[in-house]
Design a protein around this ligand. Structure first.
Ligand code: G3H
Ligand code: 13P
Ligand code: ZN
Length: 311
């Protein structure tokens, strides 16, 4: 099976009340860990590449590694551009064979967001590629841009129908209180998501797939290991799993996870070197990291997303 678009996946996820995991990929071990978990649990997958990841690995390597994963697993896999910031970047990824792109115009004034998103949609659809747009602005760090909590803004439900109709996007990322990175809520702060906004958005867009960014739970077991083995991470609070399950049972069809993979990978490497200070073969510590990535993704598929056996 070649790379697929998310159209069928989202339709089934919407109807079935579950979500597809969209995992950020930066190197071979991350791709292998995610796709081995997907294979074992027969789950559809979205592998997403940020512009930073594409710069890090160069434009060919990640594409070829994801193609290898498709051959090895036989799973339906979407190759998606995460947070595309220009028409040119989206065009270049589409030329490379990505089956889905996000154009993130959420920082632009409303009409400019529509104009840029519409331009990407016209080009992408002419090539059979699907497009995710965004309305509302998440806090946190993405691709070196740090959006403060004050500059973040919830999605305005009264805008979504107009935005989707005028741009022609295939899915929509919304801001309901999640944020990027490992520091989503302050210590002592009670995590809260605006499910009222999600509900109103879905009422205004019946059957339309919604995307949740910034959806890592900042799994405490990995933060603990990092700090046990020499790390200095402040207390970190992520999105509680029951809230993610609730979102997946509603209109959310795609849940973005990057920070939890980073934490799992860093925890295993720190632990590995603490326990084996004499090791210097990258296959030993990167092998551990790959196993940890696989364990995290298995956990997400089974306990959060509900997409096991949906491939
Ligand atoms: O939302 C951003 C993702 O976590 C990707 O992060 O731009 O540092 O690759 P990155
Ligand atoms: P996290 O930082 O919560 O993992 O979010 C990742 C994301 O939204 C990628 O687009
Ligand atoms: Zn994001």
């Amino acid at each position: 099976m070649p790379l697929v678009t998310s159209t069928e996946m989202f339709k089934k996820a919407y109807e079935g009340g579950y979500a597809i995991g969209a995992f950020n990929v930066n190197n071979m071990e991350i791709i292998q860990g995610i796709t081995e978990a997907g294979k074992e649990l027969n789950a559809p997958l979205i592998l997403q590449v940020s512009s930073g990841a594409r710069k890090y690995a160069n434009r060919t390597y990640l594409k070829k590694l994801v193609e290898a994963a498709v051959i090895e697993t036989g799973l339906p896999i979407v190759l998606h551009l995460d947070h595309g910031d220009s028409f040119e970047l989206c065009q270049s990824c589409i030329e490379d064979g990505f089956t889905s792109v996000m154009i993130d115009g959420s920082h632009l004034p409303y009409e400019e967001n529509i104009k840029l998103t519409r331009q990407v949609v016209e080009y992408a659809h002419s090539k059979g590629v699907v497009v995710e747009g965004e309305l509302g602005r998440l806090a946190g760090i993405e691709d070196k841009v740090n959006v403060s909590a004050e500059d973040a803004s919830y999605t305005r439900p009264e805008e979504v129908q107009d935005f989707v109709t005028r741009t022609g996007v295939d899915s929509l990322a919304i801001a309901i209180g999640t944020s990027h990175g490992a520091y989503k809520f302050k210590p002592g702060q009670k995590p809260q998501l605006r499910f009222d906004i999600l509900k109103e958005v879905s009422q205004r867009l019946p059957g339309f797939p919604i995307v949740l960014h910034g959806a890592s739970s900042v799994m405490p077991e990995y933060v603990k290991i990092i700090n046990e083995f020499g790390g200095k991470m402040p207390d970190a609070i992520g999105i509680p799993e029951d809230m993610l399950r609730q979102a997946a049972s509603m209109a959310v069809c795609k849940i973005n996870i990057d920070s939890d993979l980073r934490l799992a990978m860093t925890a295993s490497i720190r632990k590995h070197f603490a326990e084996h200070p004499d090791h210097f073969d990258p296959r030993q510590y990167l092998g551990d990291a790959r196993s940890n990535i696989k364990a995290v993704v298995e956990h997400k598929i089974k306990e959060v997303l509900g997409c096991a056996d949906k491939a």
